[in-house]
Design a binder for this molecule. Structure first.
Ligand code: MRU
Length: 344
């Protein structure tokens, strides 16, 4: 079962908020269900958010009663903007929605446009599986049997169509009979590392050790961590990368310990329109995510700052691993070449 699945009348998602205790699937029957599921992190991770929003837009369009193309496009723009308002940081959301909008720009009838939207959303999902596998192959070429690799958040199969980005090398290593040891940071405040990565990797038979976020430095030193690999929500044109809060701290630590720090992400996460990390909008979420753990209050009623993401400057990134290969160094010059037909 995939983390996101299209059915003709609804979208089914794996409820990532119920994991690891319950494997529960939810049916999203209209655009509001889709928006709510994205905001509540029931579906999360940049590529999965993009896929779900794409299916959500196709589902919404299916219900339009008009046969008038101009009216259809007006409705579609309204619903595109609504879904785009769900979360601000992961660029895959806007990338997927805009890809759907473009796919019907020249449609000659409402019926044709409705069918095209569904087709395009399915293509995004099918392509993502192939993209993640390629990312995994490239990432694996950097690692050796027995390596101990640290990660944060969940950039895994459940955050994508399959395999994941930062977790793809672990899944592929397993397929190939190679051993990689994962060290998963728990990822406060909402624990994607503890609840999701530890679950996903242990389900897949990958050797995974869970640590709290503040154990990263000690673990790098004591356990001789070979590399850090993380996912991304948006990569700016100069290589600065927004990812889950805590990523910047890991990058600084990796630098201090002289450990390579890799970002694994598809081209759909690279935003050449955003010049630097300073231009990436950082989502701030509800204070209860910090003051409560699993519904239990752990703090007095004080001010809370809860940024969901941070930005790692490109100087701290050893390499960005994409489906088209690995780039490093002068990201500003090299990232655009990834979008050329032939990448050498
Ligand atoms: O808030 P989340 O759980 O959606 O944040 C997810 C991350 O930061 C992931 O690392 C990123 O989206 C890549 S998922 C392949």
């Amino acid at each position: 079962m995939k983390s996101v699945q299209w059915h003709d009348t609804h979208i089914t998602i794996l409820n990532q908020q119920a994991l690891p205790h319950k494997t529960e699937y939810l049916d999203l029957k209209n655009i509001k269900d889709v928006w709510d599921a994205i905001v509540a992190l029931k579906v999360r991770g940049a590529p999965a958010i993009g896929m779900t929003a794409a299916f959500g837009l196709a589902l919404a369009a299916k219900s339009y009663e008009t046969n008038d193309l101009a009216q259809f496009h007006a409705n579609l723009k309204r619903d595109r903007d609504y879904l785009a308002s769900s979360r601000p940081t992961a660029v895959n959301l806007f990338w997927a929605l805009d890809r759907l909008m473009k796919s019907v720009a020249n449609a000659t009838s409402v019926n044709e446009a409705k069918t095209t939207l569904i087709h395009e959303a399915i293509c995004i999902q099918v392509e993502d599986e192939d993209v993640c596998r390629r990312i995994g192959e490239h990432a694996l070429s950097l690692f050796q049997d027995g390596d101990r690799i640290m990660t944060i958040c969940n950039a895994g199969a459940i955050a994508t169509a399959r395999y994941g980005t930062a977790l793809a090398p672990f899944h592929l290593a397993k397929e190939k009979g190679m051993t990689l040891h994962a060290y998963a940071c728990e990822t406060r405040p909402v624990l994607q590392g503890a609840r999701l990565t530890a679950w996903e990797l242990s389900q897949a038979g990958v050797d995974v050790t869970l640590i709290t976020d503040n154990m990263a430095a000690q673990t790098m030193k004591a356990k001789h961590i070979s590399a850090v690999i993380v996912g991304a929500d948006r990569i700016a044109a100069n290589g600065d990368t927004a990812n889950k809060i805590g990523t910047l701290g890991l990058a600084i630590l990796a630098n201090a310990f002289n450990i390579p720090f890799y970002v694994a992400a598809p081209l759909s996460t690279i935003d050449l329109q955003t010049e630097t990390g300073d231009d990436i909008p950082i989502e701030e979420r509800a204070k209860e995510e910090v003051t409560h753990i699993a519904g239990v209050n752990i703090a007095p009623n004080v001010n809370v700052y809860n940024p969901a993401f941070d930005v790692t400057p490109h100087e701290l990134i050893t390499g960005i691993i994409t489906e088209k290969g690995i780039v490093s160094g002068d990201y500003k010059t090299k990232l655009p070449t990834l979008f050329e037909e032939v990448f050498v």
